[in-house]
Write a protein that binds this ligand. Structure first.
Ligand code: NAP
Length: 293
């Protein structure tokens, strides 16, 4: 089958250009720039890269941004105090705390300390609760990016069988919820699979849409996919590759080369969901800015 790529890189670039234009218009009319603050605790290399990418995306979009880098040994109370002071800072529209946090800090406590009106990651229990009952709120960036990608490619979702592989609070569970909501993109009949699901293949084979968010390289094989399926591969897994200078490469949860020919649409990794996640964070920050005006 001739498949089409769901090109997250190009779609995200288009969204980022739209945001940049909107910010330029705001500034030309005498408005201030939207502003995002990120808190990074410790030295996790992946987290450092993610935060650097977010910082760059903010600069490109014309946002002001600040990264507060705290040492690994930062105490929970000190972090909570930092969050409280940013909550009260009128110059800051959006606040994110890069996860994971060092083990001695309670992540849920930290997330709950963020002012929900600045919670542009959409992880606060109030944001999650509002999402669950379909109220306007900040949607978590990765699920939001997935929805936007489906929307921009006009993928039909109404009445479709959607199988979500994974049930994490940041990807699987929210994306399953969003795709089952009334309206577009939604109205799917969603099955959420996880590590305790018996016979995942049986569910996956029935799916018109598969969202793979497990974190296991090449988990989804061609015999698990029906002809014409739409596949969104959220996975970012590093595997050894001696042909690369770095010695590794990034792959998704889907065995792309074998699976893609069976699909109508599929995301590449990299260049699929990853760039959409950053675009969604910018959209949320702009939304927080507008809400506060
Ligand atoms: P996570 O918190 O580790 O959750 C993984 C989920 O997969 C869990 O629900 C787990 O089930 C399930 N699972 C694990 N092994 C399984 C198996 N053998 N069969 C069925 N289900 C299984 O991961 P996450 O944070 O959701 O991330 C998932 C992947 O997406 C990772 O590769 C991550 O790097 C990537 N990611 C990408 C982006 C992006 O922007 N592109 C953003 C976030 C995450 P249990 O609940 O039963 O343990």
């Amino acid at each position: 089958m001739e498949y089409k790529l769901l090109d997250g890189k190009a779609t995200a670039a288009a969204i980022r250009a739209e945001i940049k234009q909107e910010v330029e218009d705001i500034v030309a009319n005498g408005g201030r720039r939207p502003s995002l603050t990120a808190i990074l605790v410790g030295n996790n290399p992946a987290s450092k890269t993610y935060v650097a990418n977010k910082e760059k995306a903010c600069a490109d979009a014309g946002f002001t941004s600040k990264v507060i880098r705290l040492p690994e040994e930062t105490g929970e109370e000190e972090l909570l105090e930092t969050i409280r002071s940013i909550n009260e800072d009128p110059a800051v529209d959006g606040l994110i705390v890069q996860l994971p946090l060092p083990r001695h800090i309670d992540e849920q406590k930290v997330i709950a300390a963020i002012d929900p009106s600045k919670d542009v990651d959409g992880f606060h229990p109030i944001s999650q609760g509002k999402m669950l009952i379909g109220q306007d709120t900040f949607l978590p960036a990765t699920p939001m990016g997935i929805l936007t990608l489906l929307e921009r490619y006009n993928i039909e979702t109404k009445g479709k069988n959607c199988v979500v592989l994974g049930r994490s609070n940041i990807v699987g569970r929210p994306v399953a919820n969003l795709l089952s909501r009334k309206g577009y993109p939604g109205d799917c009949t969603v099955t959420m699979c996880h590590s305790r699901t018996k016979d995942i293949e049986r569910f996956a084979k029935e799916a018109d849409i598969i969202i793979a968010a497990i974190g296991i390289p090449f988990f989804v094989k061609e015999d698990m996919v029906k002809e014409g399926a739409v596949i969104v591969d959220v996975g970012i897994n590093s595997i050894e590759d001696s042909s690369r200078k770095s010695g590794y490469r990034l792959v998704g949860d889907v065995d792309f080369d074998k699976v893609a020919p069976k699909c109508s649409y599929i995301t590449p990794v990299p260049g699929g969901v990853g760039p959409m996640t950053i675009a969604s964070l910018l959209q949320n920050t702009l939304k927080a800015y507008k809400n506060r005006k």
